[in-house]
Design a binder for this molecule. Structure first.
Ligand code: FAD
Length: 488
C-alpha cells in the first residue's frame, strides 16, 4: 500500500468463508456478484492508481432491501465493508485497504420521481450524475452540482453526497448540505432510514441527513437521494481571459462580482503549468483561443434569463478589464460548442494530471488573498532542496481551482509515489494550510489520504465527538475502516 501511514488488518474483522458467500448468493443473482480477479481489479484500485485494495468480493445490490440484508449480515458477522459509487474519488476512500467487501451501488440507477413544479428529483444513489443532468435538461432543470468527474468518468449521486462534492456550480447553487432535501440510508445493522423528503423546509428535530453528507461511507450506505434542482438558465455566457499575475486574477474576480453581480455563475482559474500538462496529454490543449500564453487563465461564466442583458454586462466587463490593463487578453465564447470546448480545457486538468504519472492531488480552501501563495511557497521549497525540474524527484507543481469558493487544487507531479516524495510535500502543505486558517480538504474529503492530518483543521474536541457519533451509527466499526479518522 502507498498509503500515508502503515496500518495492519484488524483481526477482529472476519475473513470470508464459503458460508458467507452462500448467504450473499441467496440475496443477489450471480450477475451481481464479482469474484474473478480480472473484474475485481477495477474495484480494487482508485482512479489515480494510488491506493490498491485486496478485496475478494464485490456485491452489486439493485434494491434498498438487498442492501439492508447484506449490511445486516456483515454487521452480525463483523465483515468489513467499503461502499463504492463511481470510484472517481481522489483520496482513496472508495477502495478497500485489505479484504473488505465492496458494496457497489452501480446497479441502483432508477429515477424515482421528478416534480416539475418544485424541481425536486428523487433517485437511487447509483444514478450517474451526468445522466441525471441530462434527464433534468429535458425538463428545463439543472443539477445543482457539476464535476469534471462526469462523462467518461462516472461519478454517482450517492458518491457525490457521501463526499459532499463541490465542483463547478458551487458558486451559484451552493453546497449539497443545502440542496439535498432528503436521503434514504441503510445503517450497518440493516435499519433503513427513510427520510426521502422533498420538502424545502422541515424543522422537526435533528437534521440527520446532514451527517451522511460528507461521511464518506463511514456511517451507512446512502441508497436514495432527493435533491432540489433549479431551473436551467436560459442564457449562458462564458469568457476565457489571459492574465499575467495572480494579483490581477484577484482584481478580475472582484470586478466580475461587482459588475456581473447576480448573473456570475462560475469563476475558475488555472496557471501556466496546468495548461502545459493539458497541452502535453490531451487533444483539447491545442484549442486555446488566445493569442499568446499567459501566467494565469480565468473562466468567467454567467447564467441568467435574458441573453441580451447578460451579453451587454459581460462585454462591458471585458472591455473595462482590458482598458484598465487588468487582463491582457480575453475571448467570449460564440456558441454552445465553444462553451463546451472552453470548459473542456478546464475540466481536462485533473485528467491530464492522471495521465502525467504519479500526481499528488491536494484540495485546500483558504482566504482568496493567499490562494496561490501555497503553490509559490511549495515551488520555492522544492527549488531550495534541489529536487525540482525535469528528471528530478518533483517534476511539476500546478495550481488551479474554484476561485469563487476560495478552493485551490494543487497538484504535485512526482517521479513515483514514494515516501521520499510524500515527505517533501507533507506535512509541510498541511502546516502551511493551518497557519493560513485554511481547510486541508475543501471538497475531496479525507479518505485514506488525509485522515492522519485531520487535526490540522479540526480541534481535538470535535474529532472526539465525531468518533462518538461513529460508534452510535456503526458500533462494530465495519463501515469503511482504516480511513476518515486518524488511526490512534
Ligand atoms: P466513489 O469514489 O465511489 O466514493 C467516494 C466516497 O464515498 C468513498 O469513501 C465511498 O466509500 C463513499 N461512497 C460512495 N457511494 C456511497 C454510498 N452510496 N453510500 C455511502 N458512501 C458512499 N470532487 C469535487 O468535489 N469537485 C470536483 O470538481 C471534482 N472534480 C473531479 C474531477 C475528476 C476528473 C475526478 C476523477 C474526480 C473529481 N472529484 C471532484 C472527486 C470525485 O469525483 C468526487 O469526490 C465524487 O463525488 C465521487 O463520486 P463517486 O461516485 O465516484 O464515489
Amino acid at each position: 500500500s502507498k498509503s500515508a501511514y502503515k496500518t495492519e488488518r484488524d483481526p477482529n474483522f472476519k475473513e470470508l468463508s464459503e458460508q458467507d458467500l452462500a448467504f450473499f448468493k441467496s440475496v443477489l443473482p450471480p450477475s451481481s456478484i464479482v469474484q474473478d480477479e480480472d473484474n475485481l481489479s477495477n474495484y480494487n484500485i482508485d482512479w489515480l492508481k494510488r491506493y490498491q485494495g485486496h478485496s475478494k468480493l464485490v456485491l452489486k445490490p439493485s434494491t434498498t432491501e438487498q442492501v439492508s440484508k447484506l449490511l445486516k449480515y456483515c454487521s452480525d458477522n463483523r465483515i468489513a465493508v467499503v461502499p463504492q459509487g463511481g470510484n472517481t474519488g481522489v483520496v482513496g476512500g472508495g477502495t478497500p485497504v485489505f479484504d473488505e467487501v465492496i458494496i457497489s451501488t452501480s446497479n441502483m440507477n432508477n429515477i424515482r420521481s421528478f416534480d416539475a413544479i418544485s424541481g425536486s428529483l428523487v433517485c437511487d444513489a447509483g444514478c450517474i450524475l451526468e445522466n441525471l443532468d441530462n434527464f433534468l435538461a429535458e425538463n428545463g432543470h439543472i443539477m445543482p452540482l457539476d464535476l469534471g468527474a462526469k462523462g467518461r468518468q462516472v461519478c454517482q449521486i450517492g458518491g457525490n453526497v457521501s463526499t459532499n462534492a463541490g465542483g463547478l456550480r458551487y458558486l451559484r447553487y451552493g453546497s449539497l448540505h443545502g440542496n439535498v432535501l432528503g436521503l434514504e440510508v441503510v445503517l450497518p445493522d440493516g435499519t433503513i432510514l427513510n427520510n426521502m423528503s422533498t420538502l424545502r423546509k422541515d424543522n422537526t428535530g435533528y437534521d440527520l441527513k446532514q451527517l451522511f453528507i460528507g461521511a464518506e461511507g463511514t456511517l451507512g450506505i446512502v441508497t436514495g437521494v432527493s435533491i432540489a434542482s433549479p431551473k436551467r438558465p436560459k442564457a449562458v455566457n462564458l469568457a476565457l481571459l489571459g492574465v499575467d499575475s495572480f494579483d490581477q486574477v484577484i482584481a478580475t474576480f472582484k470586478r466580475s462580482k461587482d459588475e456581473l453581480c447576480e448573473i456570475v455563475s462560475a469563476f475558475e482559474f488555472w496557471d501556466q503549468a496546468s495548461i502545459n500538462l493539458v497541452q502535453k496529454h490531451l487533444a483539447v490543449g491545442s484549442n486555446i483561443p488566445l493569442q499568446s500564453s499567459h501566467q494565469f487563465y480565468v473562466l468567467v461564466e454567467t447564467s441568467g434569463s435574458n441573453k441580451e442583458h447578460d451579453d451587454e454586462k459581460l462585454g462591458q466587463l471585458l472591455e473595462g478589464l482590458i482598458t484598465d490593463g487588468i487582463i491582457q487578453d480575453g475571448v467570449l465564447a460564440q456558441d454552445t460548442t465553444q462553451i463546451r470546448n472552453l470548459w473542456a480545457i478546464r475540466e481536462g486538468i485533473p485528467e491530464a494530471c492522471s495521465k502525467a504519472g504519479a500526481v499528488y492531488m491536494y484540495d485546500i480552501s483558504m482566504p482568496v488573498s493567499v490562494l496561490y501563495k501555497l503553490v509559490e511557497d511549495l515551488k520555492t521549497r522544492f527549488q531550495e532542496k534541489g529536487v525540482f525540474g525535469e528528471g528530478k524527484l518533483i517534476k511539476s507543481v500546478t495550481g488551479f481551482g474554484h476561485m469563487g469558493d476560495g478552493n485551490l487544487h494543487l497538484n504535485v507531479e512526482a517521479d513515483a509515489f514514494t515516501p521520499e516524495a510524500t515527505g517533501l510535500i507533507e506535512p509541510f502543505i498541511y502546516e502551511w494550510t493551518a497557519e493560513n486558517s485554511g481547510s486541508i480538504s475543501a471538497e475531496h474529503g479525507l479518505g485514506r489520504m488525509k485522515n492522519q492530518y485531520l487535526h490540522y483543521t479540526k480541534a481535538p474536541e470535535m474529532i472526539d465527538l465525531m468518533r462518538r457519533l461513529k460508534v452510535v451509527f456503526d458500533p462494530k466499526g465495519i463501515m469503511n475502516p482504516y480511513k476518515f479518522f486518524p488511526s490512534s
